[in-house]
Design a protein around this ligand. Structure first.
Ligand SMILES: Cc1cc2nc3c(=O)[nH]c(=O)nc-3n(C[C@H](O)[C@H](O)[C@H](O)COP(=O)(O)OP(=O)(O)OC[C@H]3O[C@@H](n4cnc5c(N)ncnc54)[C@H](O)[C@@H]3O)c2cc1C
Length: 315
């Protein structure tokens, strides 16, 4: 999220510097599958708008910048009902087709073609774009948010402490990566909220997940969970049987009742303020470009407002 905001700001001509405790490949974002899908993020109206904008940008990248690691992939979300209604985020996706009985045991499904990002490649692509626009990325751990200048707080779950926000909760996700075995389409079954099942093919591997354990801070992959995830996925996608496992990862989704995207002037009255942008749950990639547009707008709006300390009446 922070990198996307930084690219947006730097390319709009702002002097932009990212400070991060973990470098891109060490973050929660690097664990993401990462397909476009509005999952565990609210509120509906804003999420639909952010997701729609991000779809546009990622779809464009898949055509104009294949080196970005973003690719359009068709797939199916499996539904138990045989009378599906459109998802609440329907307006964010250009086309969505309802199909009957896509698999045994499922009454219907939504078929759609969505962007999928290979995060290792995509995050490096964003870093390159940031530096090409004059921005920088430095490893740095901040004990507090700076209280001068223009600050974008995109620290995900760490905003619990940095922004004193106890409404943020981890939703633990465990995934296993197997070698690419010729799969082209993704598959998703979100009917069990604690055990979303997804198979997301990428160029060199296939991400198989997963779990959604609310309140768990445990970052260690559990071998029993891996076995269960693979067994459930193989029942749906038999080609996965015996596929070589190349990695296990756990990430803590930064869930919040609603995404926080809000500008707050510095309490000290000094110029600038903090634009908070966190709490994207299971949809940080899906909402990234839409939120980055709003962050850019919020930063520029903060800059337009006369700093409180310089207003004679308030001095
Ligand atoms: C298993 C799994 C699968 C997922 N699949 C998808 C998917 O398919 N599609 C999708 O859209 N989303 C998916 N997500 C969700 C997505 O990964 C998150 O929404 C996203 O990573 C949140 O991004 P972020 O930038 O807010 O947080 P992070 O990626 O956690 O980045 C936060 C940054 O802030 C830095 N930071 C924190 N504290 C400090 C500090 N004190 N000082 C300095 N820096 C600090 C961190 O080091 C890090 O660089 C998935 C998540 C998981 C766990």
């Amino acid at each position: 999220m922070g990198l996307t905001c930084a690219v947006r700001l730097a390319e709009a001509g702002h002097d932009t510097h990212v400070l991060a405790r973990d470098l891109p490949l060490e973050t929660t974002s690097a664990v993401a599958a990462a397909m476009w899908y509005p999952y565990l993020a609210q509120p509906r109206e804003a999420v639909t708008r952010w997701a729609g904008r991000t779809f546009e940008v990622l779809e464009g990248l898949s055509r104009t910048h294949p080196q970005s690691g973003v690719r359009m992939r068709a797939g199916t979300e499996l539904l138990s009902t045989d009378r599906p209604v459109d998802p609440w985020w329907r307006d964010a996706v250009p086309s969505l087709e309802t199909v009957a009985r896509p698999r045994d045991g499922y009454g219907s499904g939504w078929r759609m073609t969505v962007p999928v990002a290979d995060m290792a490649t995509y995050l490096s692509f964003l870093v390159d774009r940031l530096t090409a626009a004059g921005g920088t990325l430095t490893r740095a751990w901040l004990a507090d948010l700076p209280d001068t200048g223009y600050v974008v707080n995109a620290t995900g779950l760490a905003s619990r402490a940095l922004a004193d926000d106890e409404s943020l909760t981890p939703v633990r996700g465990q995934v296993v990566r197997v070698v690419q075995i010729g799969l082209d389409e993704w598959l998703l079954d979100d009917s069990d909220p604690a055990r979303p099942l997804y198979v997301v093919p990428r160029e060199r591997d296939v991400v198989v997940g997963g779990t959604a354990e609310r309140g768990s801070w445990d970052r260690t992959p559990d071998p029993a969970t891996t076995r269960q995830v693979l067994a459930r996925a193989t029942a749906l996608v038999p080609e996965l049987a015996g596929a070589q496992v190349v990695g296990h990862r756990v990430g803590l989704r930064p869930a919040r009742p609603t995404v926080r995207l809000e500008a707050v002037p510095h309490q000290s009255g000094s110029e600038g303020g903090v634009v908070h942008c966190y709490g994207h749950g299971g949809a940080g990639v899906t909402l990234s470009w839409g939120c980055a547009d709003d962050v850019l707008h919020a930063v520029e709006h903060l800059a337009e407002v006369t700093p409180v300390a310089q207003k004679p009446a308030l001095r």
